[in-house]
Write a protein that binds this ligand. Sequence first.
Ligand code: SF4
Length: 354
Amino acid sequence: MASRLQVNVGGVPVGGGAAVVVQSMTNTRTDDVEATLSQIRALATAGAALVRVAVPDRAAAGAVAALVAESPVPLIADVHFDHSLAVAAIGAGAAGVRINPGNIGSEREVREVVDAARELGAVIRVGVNSGSLQRDLRVREETDPAGALVESAVRYCTLLEGMGFTDIKVSAKSSSPLVTIAANRLLADRIPYALHLGVTEAGTRWAGSIRSAVALGVLLAEGIGDTIRVSLTGDPVEEVRVALEILRTLDLAPRGARVIACPTCGRTRIDLEPLALEVERRLEELGLDLEVAVMGCVVNGPGEARKADFGIAGGDGEGVVFAQGRPVRKVAQAGLVDALFAEIASRKGTPPSR
Ligand code: SF4
């Protein structure tokens, strides 16, 4: 897949061969600067390189400058229905705006947004969703939902190009993973701009993660997608964790900590799930690029535990800790995780974790 035209979103390169960028969106009231900043920081710490904030009214637009001043990552303003809010957000330092040109106002008003973006170096994301297509495309949507989304996005790109503006990212989102996949495949052929991927209204943490992983995974594996957002109902930090895991799974991000755990079976004589969850939690805190195997028994356990950097192979209420391919010691279940992390600390120079 040919690489896309690169845009610079407040210093973060998107497209043009740059690493795929993880984004998320705050769900605090944007005019509650303290709460929003706290969430932006949490998202950045979790791995979001860009954060979007909703700008639905004057109060939110008025908060953008304060947020930009303190935010550790570039901010993108999400604006609908009122072009003057987009202009205000750009003026306040937003690195980009996400608009749907179809609902932001007249052509003259779109041009005002474009002029502000051009003057201040902001990027415009043309964001079309299956729920908000132009009237004439709604009929086509009934039989060709992906084609209708793409047509809508291409029309808006053409509109911005006609204004001499090409610092564009494009997203075409549907709540259907299959439509999202089809639309972005078509878009990748039709336009040269960086593509932002996401399944809109994907759902709750469990179902939304799976829907997003399937749609984004297929596209990213085909080389389509320059920035991604996993939309989940709930704490957006979870969105970032899922998005990063999708990228790691496809070797599109450094692997980080990875726990290999067996599914357990009738041979298991150790309570493995809490062990695996505890290992995962503590490993994530260490932030090391490490593979740790947590295995239930002696059948596959020692083999997997030896291949990983570290591991536990369970026995009957106890287990063997492995480090760099060798069994180190046998420990009762209650002390296994502590023994594993003591081993990691002694060999990796990490602080003891709890
Ligand atoms: S590693 Fe052992 S306990 Fe785990 S699934 Fe395989 S055979 Fe069962």
